[in-house]
Design a protein around this ligand. Sequence first.
Ligand code: ADP
Ligand code: MG
Length: 591
Amino acid sequence: MTRLWNDPADFADEMIDGFVAANGAHVRRVPGGIVRATGAPDGQVAVVIGGGSGHYPAFAGLVGRGLAHGAALGNLFASPSAQQIHAVARAADRGAGVFFTYGNYAGDVLNFDAAQERLRGDGIDTATVAVTDDIFSAPPGERRRRRGIAGDLTVFRTAAAAAEAGYDLASVAAVAARANDRTRSIGVAFSGCALPGAPSPLFSVPAGRMAVGLGIHGEPGIDETAIPTADELAALLVDRLLAELPEDVTAAGARVVPILNGLGSLTHEELFVVYRRIAQLLEAAGIVIVDPHVGEYCTSFDMAGGSLTLFWLDDELERLWGAPVDAPAYRRGALPAVTTLPAAAGLAAPDAAPATPAPSGPGTSAPILRGDAASQDVARTVRGALEEIVRAIDENVDELGRIDAVAGDGDHGIGMQRGSHAALAAGAAAADAGAGARTVLARAADAWADRAGGTSGALWGVILNAVAARLGDEGRPSAAAVADGVADGLRGVQVQGKAERGDKTLVDALIPFSLALQSAVADGLPLADAWRTAADDAARAAAETAELMPRLGRARTHGAHAVGTPDPGAISLALIATRVGDLLAGAPEGN
Ligand code: ADP
Ligand code: MG
């Protein structure tokens, strides 16, 4: 249970404000997240980490000397947006390229990849290693699909030490990839967690039971057992990890860093009782224990549970692991004292974005392009549609979260809410300034992607930007132009997210919507009528996703459990299509 908050929607931002206020000697706020307050030498590879909030000390507490140069900080359990990641990377870059590393989750991959593209467009070299330590999240043959949990720390720390030692970008990435290959974790859970203001926990474990392999956002595990004794739990964790050694490693004689991680509600005392037995078992297997860690390194709000990570060292990784670190939540060894950079400097390169408290989308301060009178009129309809989307999402926010919690991480409602509200604010500001329809919707699209974060936020940014491009800032677009914009949006979503029909994603509603819209418009129906027909098809298709097995995104790991529940992204897309259709039908100029 979380007990303290103001407005739950502000929780993550206010948490970051407080964290920065408490750790000014280490970190500085920049748009999208934080960077070191102590700077870094020119020519050093910048290590940028990130992910959703709710995992402290990951990710904010791991920025500092010897560890990350910056962190992009998303909302609770939601990936940071591509804009946030891009802005943090620009602020952290020291001219030798940016190395990204983060836990392997669909929304993070999508947004970090998009940020990487933009940085390359800026002429900044980048490399990435997504951490895949959780052995229960996919079989050994599919290691690249595994998610990242507390093993993040080994990759972050060795990559950062390599950067600090002057390795170039490719060499930092090679070290990180090897550390990831040699890091294996498994987790167990006794109870779920409740996000601030949420009426009930995001997920739960039956009383007296322990879920084995349960993900840190409630993604399913592989097994459920009665709660064992501490020694029995130690044996379960060690046995499973010793059954899947990295290639070319033999247990006897191997040097290993064990990390016993609490998820938020286990006490350190409980962890020590478990660790006592873990150490005995590792030693009995002939393993040499190096620098054991027992504590909280990656939490999941107030979830009760924990994980064991084994990091199988080699000579170079052990040397890098031993380098000193001085970050707010993680200190190792001793570093000489340094002074912090002046307040506004951060790690910023001269042309990077200035430090301001709130992340903002690209171009939010650029001059507004004025539309002609006809386009300003279309812009009023766009604004009305954004208002209707906000209403529709507000009315359904709990239900969307509930469906997402069945198969995903439960944040779909709040993500859509954050995105749609930001989109309306940005779109309305542009409309008030006299912008045409394209500019109004494009501003809304960028604000949506930036503020929502997560997978669906990035994809809604793609859809709305594609439609915007066809609206233009002059004259009234034809119905065919709008239908083409939706088709472009579908293509963009599939290029970015790689989902096919039947993967149980919003694509399953967007494909029939786009096809029906195109054919109804081609038959000569006015836009409002064509849209409503298409929205009906989308609603039917969204409901039918209940029968599908998820194959992509966070829900993938949920497998059969998700059958019977529709895909939240498809449902919200159909809801929006339906409500906008009703609005267009009622609007005085519905074509
Ligand atoms: P997150 O998955 O980051 O928590 P949300 O909960 O807001 O983000 O959105 C989840 C929805 O995103 C899913 O229900 C699905 O419709 C959609 N989605 C996830 N992955 C993909 C993908 N690769 N392509 C298209 N849509 C996707
Ligand atoms: Mg989600």
